[in-house]
Ligand binder design. Structure first.
Ligand code: GTP
Ligand code: MG
Length: 259
């Protein structure tokens, strides 16, 4: 009964939101996304948050069962693996535009439609970028801005990618990008995960655009940033660049990318 001709009824947009202790944000962020004029589905990937984030999502699902989805993992397994799990889930269900977004309102939900528009008119990856027009970060201490800004420059220098905000975590992928990358070979977990995804997308020749956004520091909940995550990125990019001389990034199961 449901045929290809009913294309407009097939959900196309999925926002993947990893959560760890986001009880003060999760309801507001999902509401803000569902209030947008475009139809977005949301997949929350919760790592057994001790504060009960998953239980709140389950409550919200009672009225939003058709648009709000939840995957519960056993423990804090990291942002990178949460996204990989979410990407696979999205590919299996046929979503065309797949978003990465934080739960903490650092990423303005209104910008989702701007990222979507960029991909709709032909880009394969749209990045919500803090550094494309100067520094658009609100409420970060100057030290953190400097670290993040120069980390981005460092990554750009080492990798050669023409991207200003290399650690950005607010993005929209066309599904063909995620189909082409070998998701089982993405190895980094923290900021380096964000770098690695961009690097491999770029290596595969996909069209990338940076959309300027304003990034606001979280008001509720606590940061999960750690020194380990930083070190992973610092050394990881050098390793990644060296390895890139010896390997191809096209997934063996996906064949060549279709342009
Ligand atoms: N599922 C899962 N989500 C995580 C994990 N670590 C962080 N998150 C979520 O990933 C998003 C980004 O994490 P944040 O703690 O905001 O990290 P950040 O943006 O670098 O730091 P702040 O904004 O300063 O807090 C948030 O939605 C977190 O709840 C994790 O190990 N597992
Ligand atoms: Mg944050």
């Amino acid at each position: 009964m449901f045929h290809q001709t009913h294309n407009e009824q097939v959900a196309q947009n999925l926002v993947v939101i990893p959560t760890y202790n986001e009880k003060d944000n999760i309801e507001n962020i999902t509401d803000a996304i569902f209030d947008l004029p475009v139809d977005f589905h949301i997949l929350v990937i919760d790592d057994n948050s001790p504060d009960g984030t998953a239980e709140i999502v389950e409550k919200l699902q009672k009225t939003r069962y058709d648009r709000l989805f939840l995957l519960k993992r056993e423990g804090k397994l990291g942002l990178g693996t949460a996204y990989i799990t979410g990407f696979k889930w999205a590919l299996e269900r046929g979503y065309e535009y797949i978003f990465e977004m934080d739960a903490d309102f650092s990423h303005n939900p209104q910008d989702l439609t701007r990222l979507l528009d960029a991909c709709r008119v032909g880009k394969d990856l749209a990045i919500g970028s803090r550094y494309v027009t100067g520094v658009n970060v609100i409420n970060w201490p100057i030290g953190r801005i400097l670290v993040s800004y120069f980390a981005s420059k460092y990554v750009r220098f080492i990798t050669g990618m023409k991207i200003h905000d290399t650690t950005a975590g607010f993005k929209c992928y066309r599904r063909r990008v995620l189909e082409t990358l070998d998701l089982d070979r993405i190895r980094f977990k923290g900021y380096a995960f964000q770098i690695e995804m961009k690097f491999k997308t770029w290596k595969c020749g996909f069209r990338i655009v940076e959309i300027p956004i304003i990034f606001t520091e979280r008001k509720h909940g606590v940061s999960k940033m750690s020194g380990g995550i930083f070190n992973e990125a610092l050394w990881g990019v050098i390793l990644m660049k060296i390895q890139s001389f010896f390997r191809s990034y096209i997934s063996s199961s996906s064949g060549k990318k279709n342009n």
